[in-house]
Design a protein. Structure first.
Length: 73
């Protein structure tokens, strides 16, 4: 079983604009699980920009930030 990682979830509003004032930190096994915990809905890694629901951030091994966009399927 994969151990928990730390993620930061930034919700995206209905207009596709990230909420820059909100960044929720959560421990999860994957970026998708982190966003689903925060938003309470099923998400996917691919989709049209109009269905963007969250940006998930994590630090890579070299401590550079990695952004993962997630979409409503």
């Amino acid at each position: 079983m994969k151990s928990l990682d730390n993620f930061s979830v930034q919700p995206v509003d209905a207009n596709g604009v990230p909420d820059k004032a909100t960044c929720i930190h959560v421990a999860a096994r994957s970026p998708i699980q982190a966003a689903e915990i925060v938003l309470g809905e099923t998400l996917a890694t691919q989709g049209p920009v109009t269905r963007l629901r969250a940006l998930v951030w994590k630090l890579a091994e070299d401590y550079t930030p990695v952004r993962i966009p997630l979409f409503f399927p």
